[in-house]
Design a protein around this ligand. Structure first.
Ligand SMILES: [Zn+2]
Length: 332
């Protein structure tokens, strides 16, 4: 099958910023109500806010596709200057309650600066971003509160981590239950049925053709359903690679104690019927062998392209220590 040589065109009011890890791609919808879709990693919050202001002056709204650290890291900083944060209802409610599990920040050991959600989003809700109406499409799977955003006139579909040009989002069978992969598959099917002209993923480039990208995502999501152990391994590799990226690698001698202390690793080991020690060992060995991690000057690094973050920026509290919610901002 031949693919077009360039990605489909974007409307002039939509600004796409493709970012390496640990930031999710960032989208800006310009217009009378400037809106940012996802806000990057906490270590780059200043950069994210500066970019958005340079493009749009002010940002009225941030919409989070889901609450993972690489999507919500700029929320706190933008909120401090009056931006309202919008998120899927289950995540919005948990953030309001200050649940210890918020953002899976502690579980994944991924820092997130404390924020509040001012606008809770339900399925099929219509949201004005810029000067256009977008529909909220609940797409649980990668997280239970994950959402996509659909702009029917331009047939643009913001898919978050549900899929990318090369893969689907990992699922957490321990945290979200054994049906999480089937839930993710159903969400990809729902997105494919929209028949988008442009798919806008949170990681990697805009697919040259949405049809083949969605077809590949359906096959890949089906594989995660058919092979739960493979799904657990896939998640473990992604979580560990991210941990290495945000720390500029981890000293070789600190890898074992780091991994043994992680809730996600203990859960994955239980699902795989391994000891945490055996899983940690096999994870490092197989990732070194495949080249996804590399040992350099005594530190284990993730091989994938990523931007450095300062160690200082990681020093934010886990959600269990977040300050209680202040007064909620009404949505005007
Ligand atoms: Zn994610």
């Amino acid at each position: 099958m031949s693919l077009p040589s360039s990605p489909p065109s974007l409307p002039s009011w939509l600004q796409w910023w493709q970012r390496p890890f640990p930031d999710a791609n960032t989208l800006l919808v310009r217009g009378s109500r400037p809106a940012l879709i996802d806000s990057g990693f906490v270590g780059h919050a200043e950069e994210t806010a500066a970019w958005a202001r340079a493009q749009a002056g002010t940002v009225d709204l941030v919409v989070n596709t889901h609450w993972h650290s690489d999507h919500v890291g700029g929320n706190a900083l933008l909120q401090a200057t009056g931006t309202v944060i919008a998120a899927g209802a289950p995540e919005a409610e948990a953030i309001s309650r200050r649940d210890a599990g918020c953002c899976a920040a502690e579980y994944l050991d991924q820092p997130v600066a404390p924020y509040t959600v001012g606008l809770s989003l339900d399925d099929k809700q219509v949201l004005r971003l810029g000067d256009t109406d977008w529909e909220v499409v609940r797409t649980p799977g990668h997280t239970p509160g994950h959402l996509a955003l659909w702009q029917p006139d331009e047939r643009l579909l913001v898919v978050g981590d549900a899929l990318s040009d090369y893969d689907v989002g990992w699922v957490n069978l321990a945290l979200d239950g054994p049906d999480a992969a089937a839930t993710a598959l159903a969400s990809v099917k729902r997105m494919a049925e929209l028949d988008p002209r442009v798919v806008l993923p949170s990681h990697g480039p805009i697919p040259l053709a949405p049809g083949p990208a969605l077809a590949a995502a359906l096959r890949r999501a089906q594989r995660l359903v058919d092979d739960p152990a493979g799904a657990v391994w896939y998640g473990a590799r992604r979580i560990f690679a991210f941990a290495l990226m945000i720390r500029d690698g981890i000293p070789a001698e600190a890898i074992e104690p780091y991994l043994h202390a992680r809730a996600w690793l203990t859960d994955a080991a239980r699902l795989l019927d391994l000891t945490p020690e055996a899983l940690a060992d096999e994870l490092v060995t197989t990732m070194l062998r495949s080249g996804t991690v590399v040992l350099r000057e005594g530190r284990l690094h993730a091989a994938a392209d990523h931007t450095l973050v300062s160690a200082e920026s990681l020093r934010v509290p886990y959600p269990r220590a977040w300050p209680a919610m202040g007064p909620r901002r009404a949505q005007g």
